[in-house]
Design a protein around this ligand. Structure first.
Ligand SMILES: [Fe+2]
Ligand SMILES: [Fe+2]
Length: 167
């Protein structure tokens, strides 16, 4: 692919990805405000943005085999754990940005778990198999991630069990 088109598709992928996520967050807000049709509109258009992002990523040739994709995921999570979030945390601390620090530390803690789970998955995929894994529980307040049932309280943010979503 020609360099300029590649750069443009990467920018478009980033933009569509952010729009997708923002619209889902905005949909939740509309639900909280008791506006289910506006929520539905946000969710519907979020899906269209996901389709656009998917097409851009595929056109870039960046959706590989599952083994390759797991390596991409491991590299991303590891970068976040080892470089990105520790550096962001240091800046937020220096600037006394308490809310940002909390948000950064919630993410940093869970990314470590994500890297571990993806590493286990990659070992299985490389052997031509699926991962042996039970329930995966996610705290919808802080993003804490664990294998198994939701705990009584989130170990990271102390949210109650009901705030967990299990996959
Ligand atoms: Fe992650
Ligand atoms: Fe939590």
């Amino acid at each position: 692919m020609k360099k300029m088109t590649e750069a443009n598709l990467k920018a478009a992928f980033a933009g569509e990805s952010q729009a997708h996520m923002k619209y889902l967050i905005f949909a939740n807000k509309a639900k909280e405000e008791g506006k289910p049709n506006i929520a539905r509109l946000f969710e519907a258009i979020a899906l269209a943005e996901q389709v656009h992002a998917t097409n851009h990523l595929k056109a870039l040739g960046e959706c590989g085999s599952t083994t390759e994709n797991l390596q991409t995921a491991i590299s991303g999570e590891t970068f976040e754990v080892e470089e990105m979030y520790p550096a962001y945390d240091a800046v937020a601390k220096l600037q006394e940005e308490k809310t940002a620090q909390k948000s950064i530390n919630y993410a940093l803690s869970a990314e470590k778990v994500h890297a571990g789970l993806y590493t286990k998955a990659k070992q299985a995929a490389e052997a031509g198999m699926d991962i042996e894994i039970g329930k995966i529980s996610i705290c919808t307040v802080c993003g804490w991630t664990l294998e198994g049932d939701a705990p009584e309280r989130c170990p990271l943010c102390n949210a109650a069990k009901e705030y967990f979503k299990t996959f």
